[in-house]
Design a protein around this ligand. Structure first.
Ligand SMILES: Cc1cc2nc3c(=O)[nH]c(=O)nc-3n(C[C@H](O)[C@H](O)[C@H](O)COP(=O)(O)OP(=O)(O)OC[C@H]3O[C@@H](n4cnc5c(N)ncnc54)[C@H](O)[C@@H]3O)c2cc1C
Length: 303
C-alpha cells in the first residue's frame, strides 16, 4: 500500500529522499521554509568528498553509493554533474584516506612545495544550482509536490522524513547540530578542467561548466551569512597561489553557507519520524546513500 510521506526540507537531502520515496511507490509532499536554490545545498561547491561528516564506516558506505549514482548521472549534461580529475595536496606524508574504498582509483602524485604529499583521483563535480533544479523537476515528474512552508514543529504522521539540516536544532529539539560557516567566491570559467584541494586553509578550486568555485573557510559556531570582503581576499590569495591562472578570472559573486555539522550524521527512525540531518560538509557526497537508507526505513514502517 502506498503511504503518504511528508519530507521536511528541500535541500539536497530532502529532494534526494523524496525522489527515492516516490520511486518506492509512496505519495510524497515536500515542505520547506527555503526552496532548493535558497538552501545551504545551493552554496556547496560541490565535489564528491567526505568532509566534516562522521561516522567513518557509514560515511564511506553512503559515499560509495552516492559516487556510483553521480557517475551515472554524469552521462546526462542536463543534471549538472560531471566527472573530473583533480589533485589533493597534504602538508604531511600520509597513508591512504579512510574513504579510499569509495573511489575507483587513487593515484599518488608528486606534491608541489610547501606540500609533502599528494594524490589524484576522478570524482563527481556537481553544479548545485543546476542539479537542484534538475532534482526538483524529477520530484515533480514523479508525482511529488514541493511547497514553501515554515514549520514551528514537525508535522503529524503518517510518516515524516526530517531533512531540516540546521533546522533540526528546533524541529528535532537537537542543539548538537551546529553551523560551520563556509564562504566561497565564484569566478568566471577560464578554461580550467581539473579541481584542486589543499590542506592549508583549507583551499579548494572547483571548476564547473560555466564558472569556478573557490574557497574556503570552516568557522565552527559562526552564524553570520554575510560575505566578508577580507575573507574573500584571503580565499582568492590562497586559490591563486594554488592555480596562478585564476589571477585573470573575473569575480562573479560571493556566497556564504552554514554547514549543518554534528558529531555524527543522524539517520534513524523514531516512531513515525525518520531523521536524516547533520551531514556537515558532505551532504551532497552522502545524499544518494542516505536517501536509499531513508527509503528502506520508510518501507519498514509500511511493512
Ligand atoms: C561553502 C560550502 C561548500 C560546500 N561544499 C560541499 C561539497 O563540495 N560537497 C559536499 O558534499 N557538501 C558540501 N557542502 C555541504 C553541503 O552543502 C551540506 O552538507 C548540505 O547542503 C546539507 O543538505 P541538507 O539538505 O541537509 O540541508 P539544507 O540544504 O540546509 O536544507 C535544509 C532544508 O530544511 C528546511 N528547513 C529548516 N528548518 C525548517 C523549518 N522550521 N520549516 C520548514 N523547513 C525548514 C530549509 O528551509 C531547507 O529547505 C558545502 C557547504 C558549504 C557551506
Amino acid at each position: 500500500m502506498p503511504e503518504r510521506v511528508v519530507v521536511v526540507g528541500a535541500g539536497v537531502l530532502g529532494l534526494s529522499c523524496a525522489l527515492r520515496l516516490l520511486e518506492a511507490g509512496h505519495r510524497v509532499d515536500v515542505l520547506a521554509r527555503e526552496l532548493p536554490l535558497e538552501t545551504t545545498s545551493a552554496v556547496a561547491a560541490a565535489i564528491w568528498y567526505p568532509y566534516l561528516a562522521l561516522p567513518q564506516d557509514k560515511v564511506a558506505a553512503w559515499g560509495a553509493t552516492s559516487y556510483d549514482v553521480f557517475a551515472r548521472l554524469a552521462g546526462d549534461p542536463a543534471t549538472g554533474v560531471s566527472l573530473r580529475r583533480g589533485t589533493e595536496l597534504l602538508l604531511a606524508e600520509s597513508g591512504d584516506p579512510w574513504w579510499v574504498s569509495a573511489v575507483p582509483a587513487l593515484e599518488r602524485v608528486a606534491p608541489v612545495a610547501p606540500y609533502r604529499d599528494a594524490w589524484s583521483f576522478v570524482t563527481p563535480v556537481i553544479d548545485m544550482p543546476r542539479y537542484l533544479v534538475w532534482l526538483h523537476d524529477r520530484v515533480l515528474d514523479a508525482g511529488g509536490t514541493v511547497t514553501r512552508m515554515a514549520l514551528a514543529a514537525l508535522p503529524e504522521g503518517p510518516l515524516v522524513v526530517d531533512c531540516s539540516g540546521l533546522g533540526s536544532r528546533h524541529l528535532a529539539d537537537d542543539p548538537t547540530t551546529t553551523p560551520v560557516r563556509g564562504q566561497v567566491v565564484v569566478l568566471e570559467q577560464i578554461g580550467l578542467e581539473e579541481w584542486w584541494l589543499a590542506e592549508e586553509g583549507p583551499t579548494y578550486v572547483i571548476p564547473r561548466t560555466h564558472d569556478i568555485v573557490v574557497g574556503g573557510t570552516d568557522d565552527a559556531g559562526e552564524w553570520d551569512r554575510t560575505p566578508s570582503p577580507a575573507t574573500a581576499d584571503d580565499i582568492l590569495r590562497r586559490a591563486i597561489a594554488l592555480v596562478p591562472d585564476l589571477a585573470a578570472a573575473r569575480v562573479v559573486r560571493h556566497k556564504v553557507g552554514l554547514r549543518p555539522a554534528r558529531s555524527e550524521v543522524r539517520l534513524e527512525r523514531v516512531g513515525d519520524v525518520v531523521h536524516c540531518y547533520g551531514h556537515g560538509g558532505a551532504g551532497v557526497t552522502l545524499s544518494w546513500g542516505c536517501a536509499a537508507e531513508v527509503a528502506a526505513l520508510a518501507d519498514a514502517v509500511r511493512a
